[in-house]
Write a protein of this length. Structure first.
Length: 290
């Protein structure tokens, strides 16, 4: 294992709280920041002086190879990171080499933007602005993938609490394998008070199975029970909830604190809402050839 792989492994082994908030910058700057922090720890009396640490990096370490415009952007990003640390926010600087092994939204990472780690996928990072939307979307899609793989012939998604119709129109909904015959209808108009968000009909999987690489499944006993009922006992009807109740510390308070530092949040902030969506439907009858 080379140095890059070792560094990346150490990064992934950090507790989620230590690598949840990151900024991406030049490798040289990250190394200098680590050295300055160690030096400050050795000399500290009443806590770390992040302003001093940041100034040392900006004036003594900023790579001369960077162009004037890029250097200025990087300089401001480093100062913003220093202000965040000075305000008690555990924002970890990550070098470009490590960042290449992580997953970011298209067009990212960028200097001066704060990224939030996915709570269940260590290599995946989102902007603060989109964190809750894409994290909930990922969980919802995983539940849908599970039901389709188990042989669902119909899926009806209803709103129970939290995010509702407007939010549902901005997430991507999986529609199964390319060879599956799928019909889907988003309820764009309905009677007042209707909770229907999405309705789909599918041909049903040939052999009920559980998709690989699920990350929410092991924490959802009800999902596991439905999978067992389908695979072992021929379950034909299901009712499954996708709940999203933990804000993972990503809330309006964090957004306000980050905005004061000068770091960017990556767009319009989608605040957390405690949300429950219910997925109901039927599986293909095993007697019909599943």
């Amino acid at each position: 294992m080379n140095d890059i792989e070792n560094n990346f492994s150490r990064f992934l082994e950090l507790p989620y709280s230590s690598r949840q908030l990151i900024v991406v910058t030049d490798d040289v700057i990250v190394k200098a920041a680590e050295q300055e922090e160690r030096r400050a720890v050795q000399l500290r009396e009443n806590g770390l002086d992040w302003k001093k640490i940041t100034e040392s990096i900006v004036f003594d370490v900023l790579p001369v190879s960077l162009g004037r415009t890029i250097a200025e952007v990087t300089r401001e990003a480093i100062k913003a990171w220093g202000r965040a640390r000075d305000d008690g926010l555990l924002v970890l600087p990550v070098g470009n080499t490590i960042a290449k092994l992580l997953s970011f939204p298209p067009g990212h990472p960028r200097d001066g933007v704060l990224y939030i780690g996915h709570p269940a996928l260590p290599k995946v990072y989102y902007t603060l602005a989109d964190f809750h939307r894409v994290t909930f979307e990922h969980k919802f899609c995983e539940a849908t993938d599970l039901l389709m793989s188990l042989g669902a012939t119909s899926i009806r998604v209803e709103h129970v609490s939290g995010w509702s119709r407007d939010f549902s129109s901005r997430i991507s909904v999986p529609l199964g394998e390319a060879e599956s015959k799928v019909g889907a209808e988003a309820a764009s108009s309905s009677k007042s008070g209707s909770q229907l968000l999405f309705e789909a009909r599918l041909s049903g999987a040939v052999t009920p199975s559980i998709p690989k690489d699920l990350v929410w499944y092991e924490h959802e006993p009800t999902w596991q029970s439905i999978a067992k009922g389908r695979k072992s006992y021929g379950l034909q009807d299901f009712s499954l909830s996708v709940s999203y109740e933990d804000d993972f510390g990503v809330n309006a308070g964090l957004k306000a604190a980050i905005s004061k530092t000068g770091l960017e949040i990556g767009g319009k902030f989608e605040d957390h809402k405690s949300t429950i969506w219910r997925l109901e439907g039927k599986f293909k009858d095993i007697a019909d050839g599943t």
